[in-house]
Design a protein around this ligand. Sequence first.
Ligand code: AMP
Length: 176
Amino acid sequence: MTGTDGINLDAYIRNIPDFPKPGIQFKDITPLLADPGAFRAAIDRLTEPFAGRQVDGIAAAEARGFLLAAPMALALGVGLVPIRKAGKLPFTTVHAEYALEYGTDRLEMHSDALEPGKRILVVDDVLATGGTMQACCDLVRNAGAEVVACAFLMELGFLGGRAKLEPTEIVSVLSY
Ligand code: AMP
C-alpha cells in the first residue's frame, strides 16, 4: 500500500520467517522505525482518520504499541496510557486476561489511568488473532471509558482478528 505522501510503507516492513516459532512470519517494524520519512508517514496515516474527531487519549500495550502510540499521542495533542504485562506498573492496577495458544496472559493498566466517559483510541502494531487488542479494549471499557477505534499499522486478515473487535471501528494502514 502507498502512503498519502507516496511512501510505500510495506517496503519498510521486514518479514522474518519462523520467528518467534516455526510457522509464524514475524512483521518486523525496525526498518520503518529507522527511517524518519517512513516513520512519519506511518504516524500520519495512523492519525489522519482521527483528525477533527473527539479523541481524549490513546492507550497502547507494550512494547511495539508504545513506539507508534507515543508519536500518535503528540500528533493528536492527547495523553498516552500505557498498558503493560503483569507486574511492570508501579501503582495500583486493574487487569484483563486474554487467551494464548496454551493458557492465558494478563495485561495491566493503572487503576487511575482513565476517567469515565473519556474517548480513547487504542493502538498496536499488528492485529493478528485480536486477543491482545480485545484485552486492551476490556481495560478501557471496564474503566468506564469509550473505545473510539482500534488502530493498527498492520492487519493480518487471514487470522480473523477483526471479527473479535467489531463493531468497534478498526483502522489498519497495511493489510495482508
Ligand atoms: P494477537 O493478540 O494475536 O492479535 O497478536 C497481536 C500482538 O502480537 C501484537 O502486540 C503484535 O505485536 C504481536 N504479533 C502477533 N503476530 C505478529 C506478527 N506476525 N508479527 C509481529 N508481531 C506480531
